[in-house]
Design a protein around this ligand. Structure first.
Ligand SMILES: NC(=O)c1ccc[n+]([C@@H]2O[C@H](COP(=O)([O-])OP(=O)(O)OC[C@H]3O[C@@H](n4cnc5c(N)ncnc54)[C@H](OP(=O)(O)O)[C@@H]3O)[C@@H](O)[C@H]2O)c1
Length: 306
C-alpha cells in the first residue's frame, strides 16, 4: 500500500505525464504549449528555453557530444526553441554549433548570444565569431552581457538591426548591484529584450525590473531560474504539494519554473542542464496550466514554509 507522501507524488506525476516523454508528432495528446509574445513584434516564443553556461562548456569528445546532442533533442522534443549562450561561457557556443551541425534537419531555434568585450571593433569580431561557432546565419537576439561597454555595443546592434543582421537586441545582468544602472538603460534605450535573474528564492526583480519591462514593452528572459541549482537542495526529500498536481507539475523543477511563469511580465525562462532527464523534466513546464495570482501566492507560501 502506498503512503500519503507517495500518493501526492504519484498524483502530481500522473497529471503531468502527457507533457513528458512525448516526441514531436504526438502533439494531439499534449496539453497546450505555453507561449508568450515578444512585445516588439508579437512573435510568440515557447515559455521554457535553455541556457548553456557551464552545461555546454565541454570538450568535443564523442561521449560529450553524444550527451549534448541527446540533451538538445529532448529540448526540441519538448517544444523548446529559445537557446541562450555567450562568449563568456568558454566552449559552450562551439558545442551548440557542433550539436546543431550534427542534427538533420537542423532544428528551428530562436538563437541568442551576447557580446562581452570592450570596444566597437572587438565587439563586432566577437559577434561574428559567435555566429560561426554556433552555426547561426543570423542571430535572433544579441544582448550586451552584464552591461559591458553597453553604449558602444548598443550603437552597433542598432545598426545591425536596421541592416537586418540581427532581429532583436537587448542587455543582460545577473547581479543585484547592477540593477539601478540596468533600469536606467531600460528607461532610456530602445530595447527588445532584457535578461536578468528571478526565481522563487531570489525575487529582487519582481517589483522593479519586471514591471518596468512590462511598462516599456520589453520582452524578459529569466536566467538562474533554479538559483544555479541550489533550489533543489531546499526541497530534497520533500513531497510535492497537492497544488503541484493541479498545475500539472510532476517535479519541484516544474513547480519552480511555473512559479516564474505565473508572473505576467515574464516572456521566457532559460534553465540550464547537461542531463537528458533534467531537460525532459524542464520541458514539462512548457505545457499545461499557468498558475493564477492566488495559486502563485500559495506556491510562495508553501516554499517559504519548508
Ligand atoms: N548575466 C547573464 O547574462 C547570465 C547570468 C547567469 C545566467 N545566464 C544564463 O541563464 C542560464 C541559466 O542560469 P544558470 O545556468 O546559472 O542556473 P540555473 O538554470 O538556475 O541552474 C542550473 C543548475 O540546475 C541544475 N538543473 C537543471 N535542471 C534541473 C532539473 N530539472 N532537476 C534538477 N537539477 C536541475 C543543473 O544541473 P544538471 O546539469 O545536473 O541538471 C545546473 O546545475 C545560464 O545557463 C545562462 O545561459 C546569463
Amino acid at each position: 500500500m502506498i503512503n500519503r507522501r507517495q500518493a501526492i507524488q504519484l498524483g502530481a506525476a500522473t497529471l503531468a505525464l502527457p507533457a513528458l516523454h512525448l516526441r514531436a508528432g504526438d502533439d494531439s495528446a499534449r496539453p497546450a504549449l505555453i507561449q508568450r509574445p515578444i512585445p516588439a513584434s508579437g512573435e510568440l516564443l515557447p515559455a521554457v528555453g535553455m541556457g548553456t553556461s557551464r552545461t555546454f562548456d565541454t570538450d568535443d569528445d564523442p561521449q560529450s557530444l553524444a550527451n549534448l546532442r541527446a540533451v538538445m533533442q529532448a529540448f526540441v522534443d519538448g517544444g523548446g526553441s529559445v537557446i541562450d549562450s555567450s562568449p563568456m561561457y568558454g566552449r559552450a557556443e562551439s558545442r551548440v554549433g557542433d550539436v546543431l551541425r550534427a542534427m538533420q534537419p537542423p532544428p528551428k531555434l530562436f538563437a541568442a548570444t551576447k557580446v562581452w568585450v570592450k570596444g566597437k571593433d572587438k565587439g563586432i569580431a566577437q559577434m561574428q565569431e559567435s555566429a560561426r561557432r554556433m552555426n547561426v546565419e543570423r542571430f535572433d537576439l544579441i544582448a550586451v552581457h552584464n552591461l559591458k561597454d553597453w553604449k558602444t555595443h548598443l550603437a552597433t546592434l542598432r545598426e545591425w538591426k536596421e541592416q537586418g543582421k540581427v532581429r532583436y537586441i537587448g542587455i543582460t545582468t545577473s547581479h543585484g548591484r547592477d540593477h539601478d544602472d540596468f533600469m536606467q538603460v531600460m528607461k532610456r534605450e530602445p530595447l527588445d529584450f532584457v535578461q536578468f535573474s528571478y526565481n522563487i528564492e531570489d525575487r529582487e526583480t519582481e517589483n522593479k525590473l519586471l514591471p518596468l519591462a512590462a511598462d516599456r514593452g520589453i520582452a524578459t528572459m529569466i536566467n538562474r531560474p533554479y538559483q544555479r541549482g541550489s533550489l533543489f537542495g531546499e526541497v530534497r526529500g520533500v513531497p510535492l504539494p497537492a497544488l503541484a498536481g493541479e498545475l500539472g507539475c510532476a517535479s519541484w523543477g516544474q513547480f519552480f519554473l511555473k512559479f516564474i511563469l505565473a508572473h505576467p511580465a515574464v516572456t521566457c525562462i532559460i534553465p540550464a542542464t547537461a542531463k537528458v532527464e533534467h531537460m525532459a523534466d524542464n520541458m514539462g513546464a512548457n505545457f499545461g496550466p499557468v498558475p493564477d495570482a492566488g495559486q502563485r501566492a500559495e506556491m510562495l507560501r508553501i516554499y517559504e514554509s519548508l
